[in-house]
Design a binder for this molecule. Structure first.
Ligand SMILES: C[S@@+](CC[C@H](N)C(=O)[O-])C[C@H]1O[C@@H](n2cnc3c(N)ncnc32)[C@H](O)[C@@H]1O
Length: 268
């Protein structure tokens, strides 16, 4: 049986988690000032430097709770804010490095180019003259960083055996650092990532019974997938109104498999 903890609270402080106690962080932080998550949150900060400062606090908490040798995977993309295009992934790289993490991979999540023919996003090359190039953006980054060095000797033969990856599937889907994944189409939360994304990362970077953290839980995708892969999980979400969505997605029951903490400052 797995253990799954949901904290309704601000992940700039993850006091509920002990130092070096989480084996993987998978997350999709709120983009700067683009989506409405219905409450005061990091995504609603309207000054870019203040947004980056808030993310600095989150990533240094991530560094504290992550176990030695383990990975943090951050799904993020550029955004257009007013007249400006903001390279958030580039800024996150520097912040993650300054928090102490080492850069490992920049996996590109490529959405099927079919999306490019949609009315809203497609046909971006409209003008046959120079200086009108606005390509259709069909990828997001998955920035992969590590804390320290992993000690393979710590893992037993049995642990390796129970967490073995299907190598034929891995060769087909994850052989290169460009992953083709169809985006989530359901919209009961404004910005869910598809289950295939945390599924790949959890299989590639954890063993069974280890703990996966998502500081920006949203609808609960990471907990749902971690649990189905027999990993323990922890998720933080600032908007209490998402709790019912999370509960329904993860199949919440009042038993020892689940714990919900609603921070004092979050109660109505
Ligand atoms: C991009 S969504 C995550 C979606 C998630 N990956 C999923 O599949 O449902 C970002 C989430 O972060 C939450 N959030 C923003 N600031 C937060 C904070 N300081 N602490 C915890 N959650 C926060 C937002 O309310 C939003 O639900």
């Amino acid at each position: 049986m797995t253990k799954n903890l949901i904290v309704i609270g601000d992940c700039r402080n993850m006091a509920e988690i002990k130092d070096n106690s989480v084996q993987l962080i998978v997350t999709s932080p709120p983009y700067f000032n683009v989506k409405d998550y219905g409450t005061d949150n990091i995504g609603s900060i309207n000054e870019y430097e203040t947004y980056l400062r808030a993310m600095r606090q989150v990533f240094s908490e991530c560094y504290r709770v992550l176990d030695e040798g383990r990975y943090i995977c951050v799904n993020i993309s550029d955004i257009i804010s007013g007249e400006k295009k903001l390279p958030i992934p580039c800024h996150f790289v520097g912040i993650l490095q300054r928090a102490g993490f080492q850069y490992r991979e920049d996996i590109l999540w490529k959405k099927p180019s079919g999306l490019g023919s949609s009315k809203r996003f497609g046909n971006r090359i409209l003008n046959p003259y120079p200086m009108y190039y606005y390509p259709n953006n069909i990828y997001e980054h998955i920035l992969v960083f590590r804390k320290g060095k992993f000690d393979f000797k710590k893992i037993t033969k049995e642990e390796r055996a129970t967490s073995k990856i299907d190598i034929e599937y891995a060769k087909k889907h994850w052989n290169t650092d460009i992953w083709e994944i169809v985006p989530e189409t359901k919209n009961y939360h404004p910005a869910m990532f598809p289950q295939a994304l945390p599924e790949a990362l959890i299989k590639l970077y954890t063993y069974e019974d280890e703990t996966v953290l998502d500081p920006f839980l949203g609808s609960g995708t990471t907990i749902k997938v971690a649990k189905s892969l027999r990993r323990n999980s922890i998720g933080y979400e600032i908007n209490k109104a998402y709790l019912d969505i999370i509960k329904s997605k993860i199949g919440y029951k009042e038993n020892s498999e689940f714990e919900i903490i609603i921070r004092g400052d979050m109660s109505e």
